[in-house]
Design a protein around this ligand. Structure first.
Ligand SMILES: [Zn+2]
Length: 79
């Protein structure tokens, strides 16, 4: 079974799915018994997900559209 330190060191690998099955099995067993690491991994998972979703929703197209709208508004005599 992995130690707390090993679990925290490999937590990002575990979340990315890069860890080997042995590490995954050891970590799962550890997490069943160690609330501290369970919380740590959960927190990290949430952070990684938040980062991924914010990266995904970063809108270069929408930003362009907004600028486009501003440009158009400037040239629109009715505004
Ligand atoms: Zn632990």
């Amino acid at each position: 079974m992995l130690s707390c330190r090993e679990v925290s060191e490999r937590a990002s690998d575990l979340i990315d799915g890069r860890a080997s099955w042995r590490v995954r099995a050891g970590a799962r067993l550890h997490l069943l018994m160690c609330q501290h690491c369970r919380r740590y991994v959960e927190q990290l998972k949430l952070t990684v997900r938040a980062l991924q979703s914010s990266r995904r929703s970063e809108p270069p197209v929408d930003a362009g559209r907004v600028l486009d709208g501003i440009e158009r508004a400037k040239h629109n005599p009715h505004l």
